[in-house]
Design a protein around this ligand. Structure first.
Ligand code: DNO
Length: 344
């Protein structure tokens, strides 16, 4: 396993040097943030990021994310040009030592929460999701925490209209078309594609979601068996789906899990959850069980502590402060060391 940490590039308030000081930190997970979705990432921008990481003694082998243009998800005629651009970005990243790309195939919205700052009894705060509250939102006038800057109301309205009538089957076919289009670039460069599960793993506002659990994985691997086609195993996203047995999945798909996002949830009701500290005892997901299952399955990928709480007075980017993620990394290092010594 290679321990990594998400870093939002030069505008991130967390210095690379602090990340390097976390024990066992092999590298950062980052992206080129100033290229419009669908454009090719230029080598100059990639090289600049890589230089910064090198300078701090950190690797840059994982990119999260190279976003997929909505026209590709919608299957519009422009997709062929956009897929060719994506493949070129893969080739450019490959030239600079990138080994793994995390992406998602969620229509319109990536992650969804109803509150980015839910205060716990110990004074820490974290992200949470309340299904009833979300269902009450007006689809025609949507305001979601963390999303207001991504779209103007008109853009959002047009996009939601464009997905009108989109079925799970068609969206899945569009994913397969996309993967088949980029696999040659992965074969050439050796880059592994790691799809992130839908977060949370159910349909929203009439938009289909297709990467929700073991069934989706089986379907995707049988449609595109190429060994570079794999997943980002995100415990928090998959774990919100009560039907998902994370421990069984971690072991079963270990050889297709190129990247693991590990975080903890406290579940309530059928859908609701609040993010918690990484420790198994802090929530309802068996983090120890997942790590053990990954090791048992022969997992050899990248790991990052996923969303942390804000603790010790830090006012970090929601989910991405320094302190609690560093505690998460330390905890995960311990679990991996123990599991590897026990199992190998
Ligand atoms: C949120 C992240 C997601 C993730 C993308 C990957 O904190 O887990 O935004 O980066 O879904 O494409």
């Amino acid at each position: 396993m290679k321990m990594t940490f998400r870093w939002y590039g030069e505008t991130d308030v967390i210095p690379l040097q602090y990340i390097k000081q976390i024990p066992n930190m092999s590298g950062v997970v980052t992206a080129v943030y100033d290229e419009p979705v669908g454009e090719v990432w230029g080598e100059d921008k990639i090289a600049r990021l890589k230089d910064l990481c090198d300078g701090a003694g950190l690797g840059m082998e994982v990119i999260e994310s190279v976003p997929v243009h909505e026209d590709i998800k919608l299957g519009r005629p422009s997709r062929d040009r956009l897929i060719a651009n994506y493949a070129q970005t893969i080739r450019n990243l490959g030239k600079h030592g990138v080994k793994c790309i995390c992406y998602n195939f969620m229509p319109v919205f990536d992650w969804l929460r109803t509150n980015l700052c839910t205060v716990a009894s110990d004074g820490s705060n974290s992200l949470s999701y309340d299904h009833e509250q979300l269902m009450k939102l007006d689809r025609k006038n949507l305001h979601l925490p963390g999303w207001d800057e991504s779209y103007t109301p008109e853009q959002l309205g047009d996009l939601l209209d464009a997905y009108e009538g989109m079925t799970h089957e068609r969206l899945f076919d569009n994913l397969v078309y996309f993967l088949n289009g980029i696999m040659p670039a992965c074969d050439e460069t050796g880059i592994n594609m790691a799809i992130h599960p839908d977060d949370p793993p159910w349909d929203m506002f009439g938009l289909p979601r297709i990467i929700t659990g073991a069934g989706s994985y089986d379907k995707m691997f049988s449609a595109v068996p190429n060994p570079h086609n794999g997943v980002t195993f995100c415990t928090g996203s998959l774990g919100a789906g009560r039907q998902n047995d994370l421990v069984a999945m971690a072991q079963k798909y270990a050889d297709r899990i190129f990247f693991a996002h590990i975080r903890q949830l406290k579940l309530s009701g059928e859908h609701d959850f609040c993010e918690a500290g990484h420790l198994t005892a802090s929530g309802d997901l068996d983090i120890y069980g997942v790590v053990r299952a990954l090791v048992k399955g022969g997992f050899d990928g990248y790991v990052r502590p996923d969303h942390g709480r804000n603790i010790w007075g830090e006012d970090g980017k929601p989910g991405y402060g320094l302190y609690d993620r560093a505690l998460g990394a330390a905890y995960l290092n311990g679990l991996f060391e123990a599991a590897e010594k026990e199992i190998k």
